[in-house]
Ligand binder design. Structure first.
Ligand SMILES: C[S@@+](CC[C@H](N)C(=O)[O-])C[C@H]1O[C@@H](n2cnc3c(N)ncnc32)[C@H](O)[C@@H]1O
Length: 237
């Protein structure tokens, strides 16, 4: 039995109404330009993840990325896909991603505004859904996972890399993050460890294919998980 996934602020946000979407985008809109300019903290770990994902994708694949930020990863992965639709809840993130896309020739890449907590319009359309540094930020993890699964074709892959805040020094989720949140320096976050995240995925019917850590700088609290949507729904008994 796994302990419940908690929010570091003890606050539970509202469902994905337009107002709630604006609310959850506020922090990210404010920091978008800074986020775009910040260097990647562990470049070797990032490149390892990219290589791993590229090996799982094909130029026949329709791919959805949720929480794409300023599009850095989407720009790298798009050539490995037939079509990559990269979405984010924050319009400033999507605006920056669009600016970056303008200097590339990637007709298969499309950036769109969308909330990962809300149902995806194109259900059963994607061979893979990508979620990098996102699943700890959604309002309702089971709902977000269910939306991602609904977007997938049977047999499609959910490929994620996620900070597991319960694997950090306990003072960070219990003290530092709520304090930072109170002064507007951190977004609302969900706290879980890799086992709890895997359990949330299997509860939604996903099959876990691999659980990896790609960090190159000591203890890595980001977990890389590839999970598969079953070919057919389980039989009701
Ligand atoms: C830590 S950044 C990660 C960005 C990118 N995936 C990366 O790895 O660099 C988190 C991103 O998720 C977005 N985000 C947060 N909550 C979201 C939600 N409910 N739906 C979609 N995007 C969300 C934020 O706007 C932000 O761009």
């Amino acid at each position: 039995m796994h302990s419940p996934i908690t929010s570091a602020s003890g606050h539970c946000s509202a469902a994905a109404t337009p107002a709630a979407m604006t609310d959850k985008a506020r922090f990210w809109n404010r920091i978008a330009r800074k986020y775009a300019n910040d260097p990647i903290a562990d470049l070797a770990g990032y490149e390892r993840t990219l290589q791993r994902v590229q090996a799982l994708l094909s130029t026949q694949h329709e791919v959805l990325e949720i929480g794409c930020g300023t599009g850095t990863t989407a720009l790298r992965l798009a050539p490995a896909t037939r079509r990559l639709v990269a979405t984010d809840v924050a319009e400033q993130m999507i605006a920056i991603a669009g600016e970056k896309l303008a200097s590339h020739t990637l007709p298969q890449l499309h950036f769109r505004l969308a909330d990962a907590d809300a149902p995806v319009a194109e259900q059963g359309s994607y061979d893979a859904v990508l979620a990098f540094n996102l699943l700890h930020l959604v309002t309702d993890l089971p709902q977000a996972l269910s939306s991602a699964i609904n977007a997938l074709k049977p047999g499609g892959l959910l490929i994620s890399k996620t900070p597991c805040l319960n694997e950090m020094n306990p003072l960070i989720p219990k003290l530092a993050l709520p304090l930072m949140r109170a002064i507007g320096k951190a977004p609302p976050v969900l706290c879980f460890d890799a086992h709890q995240l895997q359990a949330a995925m299997t509860e939604q019917g996903l099959q876990i294919l691999t659980v990896e850590r790609h960090g190159s700088k000591g203890k890595d609290w980001r977990v890389f998980i590839v999970a598969r949507k079953p070919d057919a729904p389980p039989l009701a008994v």
